[in-house]
Design a protein around this ligand. Structure first.
Ligand code: ADP
Ligand code: RBF
Ligand code: MG
Length: 183
């Protein structure tokens, strides 16, 4: 089955700092992008929730400097700055990869601002703040939910990843990998 309209939706963005708890709290790092890039993408406005698709990282990246800790900020994201380095994405990390994406207010954490964040199903050599990220959003999985525990949230994310892999294994999705957008 091919992606159902309005998908595929292509988003050309870059990686910014988030709340700083994806890796530390959940063990599931997410590359955050400006929520405005998601809102401008053509996906029906205000449709928060969990999506799946493909991602490709490229270009130069830097190191993230946080000017305060997530704990100090509560529901607001900490101020961050990306300090450029001479590093660029290595070829084995710069391929089209499966991803799951979460958009919204993270009810479990009660954020005061919407975020858009992408977990790529791949083991990266390093963090890649400031790098370019190209996304093909290929479908919607579910709305955002609240959970009774961090463990329950993690379990649901694992389930999302399983579903994403199943969808992406179907013919119509695989072809998007060779789309001109990713060249
Ligand atoms: P933040 O809140 O700043 O986004 P995270 O812990 O969610 O912190 O993610 C940190 C960073 O980890 C991402 O911005 C990205 O550079 C890097 N990263 C490493 N592996 C992955 C991956 N598999 N998927 C997404 N990001 C990853
Ligand atoms: N946060 C929620 O509060 N509720 C969710 O249902 C939820 N689902 C997610 C699904 C995926 C695939 C990913 C990558 C993240 C999800 N999150 C959800 C966001 C999670 O809380 C967030 O990644 C961390 O707070 C780190 O920023
Ligand atoms: Mg993140």
């Amino acid at each position: 089955m091919p992606p159902v309209p309005p998908y595929p939706v292509f988003i050309d963005s870059h990686v910014i700092g988030g709340f700083g708890r994806g890796s530390s709290d959940l063990g599931i790092p997410t590359a955050n992008i400006p929520a405005s890039d998601f809102l401008a993408s053509g996906i029906p406005k205000g449709q928060t929730g969990i999506y799946f698709g493909l991602a490709k990282i490229s270009g130069a990246y830097g190191t993230l400097v946080r000017h305060s800790s997530p704990e100090e900020n509560g529901p607001k994201p900490p101020a961050t700055e990306i300090v450029r380095t001479e590093k660029s994405i290595v070829p084995e990390d710069g391929v089209v990869l499966p991803m799951v994406m979460s958009v919204g207010w993270n009810p479990f954490y009660g954020n005061s601002e919407p975020s858009a964040e992408v977990h790529i199903v791949h083991k990266f050599a390093e963090q890649f703040y400031g790098a370019d990220i190209k996304l093909a959003v290929l479908g919607y999985i579910r709305p955002e939910q609240n959970f009774a525990s961090v463990e329950a949230l993690i379990e649901e994310i694992m389930n999302d990843i399983r579903k994403a892999k199943e969808f992406l294994a179907e013919d119509g999705f695989k072809q998007i990998e060779s789309n001109e957008f990713f060249k």
